[in-house]
Design a protein. Structure first.
Length: 62
């Protein structure tokens, strides 16, 4: 049937979506912890952490 998505392609897309979500959730949690330490948004502290040598090295190696 032309235009129909095969079950194999649909399965591959589902796996890709699950992997993407599971990869992004920990990164989103870390960004949230960096932006809002203790639950309060503090962009100055976030900028300081982002500019630290350890953060730059980790970003480069990611």
């Amino acid at each position: 049937m032309p235009g129909a998505i095969s079950s194999q392609r649909l399965s591959a897309l589902a796996v890709l979506l699950v992997v993407a979500v599971l990869s992004l959730l920990p990164m989103a949690r870390l960004v949230l912890a960096a932006i809002a330490p203790g639950g309060e948004v503090d962009f100055a502290a976030f900028a300081g952490r982002l500019a630290s040598p350890a953060a730059l090295k980790a970003t480069w190696h990611t």
